[in-house]
Design a protein around this ligand. Sequence first.
Ligand code: ADP
Ligand code: AMP
Length: 213
Amino acid sequence: MKIIMLGAPGAGKGTQAKMLAEKYGIPHVSTGDIFRANIKEQTELGMEAKKYMDQGLLVPDELTVKILLDRVAKDDCKNGYVLDGFPRTIPQAEVLDKAVAELGESIDYAINVDVKDENIIRRMSGRRACLKCGATYHIEHIPPKQEGICDKCGSELVLRDDDKPETVEKRLKVYHEQTQPLIDFYSKKGILKEVDGSQDMKDVFAAIVAILG
Ligand code: ADP
Ligand code: AMP
């Protein structure tokens, strides 16, 4: 099964994608996580991506498409994957479509996790991330067992640089301009499904599972 998670930054795509990956036994592929891992390792790709990420801008398609195609070509993606944060532009979606079609396959569902902008700002300022294993928490809604420490790997949790309110506003603007058109793109293909992302995370999950079967 190949699933795309759509939605504004902070809508809960990553939270749901991780749960779906576990339930369906497919990898969770997050371009944001790949970039952050590269920034941590100070690779050339990481340093280039950071310039854009810190400003709340999208990393250029050229760079992003390559890392995504390399990732989904790996063996563990043979039976499908859940994409989180990709595609974010129409050209990215077109490249993905073409790559999947070349294998004689297609994307099964694009799930749009819908959350209003005012809720997004609150979610992002409370998000805490583990840069080691990629787990995410929220200081009020989904707190870790021990404050500031990742439940899964014991590393320190951080407020992402790009989750500061000024950057979040910019990211939302970029989302509306460049990523929201994908809703229409996948709707025309007949694979768009909408879920109300403002519900409790378990209810959002149940709604998605009801769609996927
Ligand atoms: P995205 O991957 O779309 O950027 P995340 O999954 O990281 O978003 O979620 C953003 C923040 O909101 C995180 O702090 C997460 O713990 C929290 N969150 C996710 N889903 C919900 C929910 N249904 N209700 C409340 N908070 C949520
Ligand atoms: P995320 O973790 O999905 O919120 O992504 C964090 C940041 O990484 C984004 O704000 C972008 O700067 C960059 N990024 C992640 N995925 C993409 C993508 N598909 N296209 C362009 N930039 C991306």
